[in-house]
Ligand binder design. Structure first.
Ligand code: GLN
Length: 496
């Protein structure tokens, strides 16, 4: 049996019933990584020693008759922007090379307590700024469906790891689409929870009013399972909401008859790939068959989302990234004459091009004389965008759109032109500005066998509704479950 191909819930079932050991699972996962990661490059760092030790502990406890933990033996890959005690955490940046955090993020503690095993840290665009993982200081991740294409970003390593069966679950972060867009490019499930639903303690900040941690998984049940563990209030994060967390697994089991779906017309305009449009329209037919009521809706301020996001996100980033000055963390330029030259050289040598571009943009937008014209105005427009969603949700339970206007693009195709790169998040960014939850899941393939993502958007703190809709779709869509070519080639080699 190829254990690495299983879903997380199947793994839990097997480990809990002692049909396989957690150790065997982890062994198989590292064998898989060994075989394919030189092609995919999803991981920056592996955590083998700890992982095997944890697996052994889980097996001993099970042997001793202890109750199985809810994620017993499940390998989890973690985006390298979430701090992990004693495991190097770089944010995909040279400036944090050599940073070994002294504590775990809350999500890591929660996952480990539930029996999950952190197998390594995944590649990402530097400080989560990007849509292709090409802004990583350590080279891009390749898409397992086509190694000449990007895996998406900024959580491209996490999405590729799950798609290539190198991990059962991965954590990503989503500031403007970074969980959902790579999930759609890699044909896996990715959820951005409501702002405040999941603790961000231990998440290295990019844009604090937008950032959220979210799961990337092989199917919707695994996504619900992960949310059951990571969601909830945390005293250590003052932006986390003190609200009860429903049982997301249970909500998946309910039907969606009479659910009201709005389809925003502004999301089906020029620039959308025809195959993406067709796949989403086909998906809507599945929802209709399941008894949903579908109508067109308007979100009139959609066109302002991108400029609004790039003012707010860069402004917040310019402030958040001020702490990397060579004094406390990671990289410090050598042989500096004085303090200011140390700051200057550390930052110019340590940060990549896109990060510098954004720090400059953000600093400009916040500077005196321009603040009102740019930052303040962007905040006002953000309110209008949020209002669009509030209005729509007065009438509809969920909204459905494509996740990204195109499938995965080629490596190097957009890197020279930041504006075209930014456009790849046009359907995901408004959701972060509004602070609401959204999930991306596969809804078909292009003729050239690239996955296409469907986005389901929900009301604040109603993750259960989008998970329920996603589960019903997944179970009834009759889309053939494909695996990326890389898997079959490599597994065949394995058999021979
Ligand atoms: N691609 C968007 C950006 O570059 C979103 C990134 C993210 O969600 N972290 O900012």
């Amino acid at each position: 049996m190829n254990l690495h191909q299983l879903s997380a819930h199947k793994v839990i079932d097997l480990v809990s019933k002692k049909k396989v050991t957690a150790y065997e699972i982890i062994q198989d996962i590292y064998d898989r990584i060994d075989k394919v990661d030189s092609l995919v490059k999803a991981f920056l760092i592996l955590n083998q020693e700890d992982a095997f030790r944890q697996a052994k502990e889980i097996d001993i406890k099970l042997k001793d008759g202890e109750q199985p933990l809810p994620l017993a033996g499940v390998a989890v890959a973690v985006k390298d922007i979430i701090v992990t005690k004693g495991i190097e955490t770089t944010c995909g940046s040279k400036i944090l090379k050599g940073f070994y955090p002294p504590y775990n993020a809350t999500v890591i503690d929660k996952l480990m307590k539930a029996g999950a095993i952190i197998i390594g840290k995944t590649n990402m665009d530097e400080f989560a700024m990007g849509s292709s993982t090409e802004n990583s200081a350590f080279g891009p991740t390749q898409n397992p469906w086509d190694l000449e294409r990007v895996s998406g970003g900024s959580s491209g390593g996490s999405a590729a790891a799950v798609a290539a069966d190198e991990s059962f679950i991965a954590l990503g972060t989503d500031t403007g689409g970074s969980v959902r867009q790579p999930a759609s490019f890699c044909g896996v499930v990715g959820l951005k929870p409501t702002y405040g639903r999941v603790s961000r303690y231990g998440l290295i900040a990019y844009a604090s009013s937008l950032d959220q941690i979210g799961p990337i998984t092989k199917d919707v049940v695994d996504c619900a399972l992960t949310m059951n563990i990571i969601a909830g209030h945390d005293n250590k994060d003052s932006t986390s909401a003190d609200l009860e967390v429903p049982d997301y697994l249970r909500s998946c089991q309910e039907g969606i008859k009479n659910i009201k779906i709005g389809v925003p017309k502004e999301y089906f305009i020029k620039g959308i790939d025809i195959e993406v449009k067709d796949a989403v329209n086909k998906a809507l037919k599945v929802f209709e068959k399941l008894g949903a009521k579908i109508e067109e809706v308007s979100l009139p301020h959609t066109e302002y989302s991108l400029p609004t996001y790039y003012l707010i996100a860069t402004a917040e980033a310019s402030s958040n990234l001020a702490r990397y000055d060579g004094v406390q963390y990671g990289y410090r330029a050598k042989d500096c004459k004085n303090l200011s030259s140390m700051y200057e050289r550390t930052r110019s040598e340590g940060f990549g091009k896109e990060v510098k571009r954004r720090i400059m943009l953000g600093t400009y937008a916040l500077s005196s004389g321009y603040y009102d014209a740019y930052y303040l105005k962007a905040q006002k427009v953000r309110t209008l965008i949020r209002e669009d969603f509030t209005q729509a949700f007065n009438k509809y339970d969920i909204l459905i759109t494509p996740t990204s206007p195109t499938p995965a693009f080629k490596l190097n195709e957009k890197i020279a032109d930041p504006l075209t790169m930014y456009l790849s998040d046009i359907y995901t960014i408004p959701i972060n500005l509004a602070g609401i939850p959204a999930i991306s899941l596969n809804c078909g393939y292009t003729k050239s066998n690239l996955p296409i993502g469907l986005q389901i958007i929900g009301k604040p703190f109603e993750e259960e509704t989008i998970l329920r809709a996603a589960y019903n779709f997944e179970q009834n869509c009759e889309i053939e479950k494909r695996k990326p070519e890389i898997c079959s080639i490599k597994d065949k080699e394995n058999v021979e």
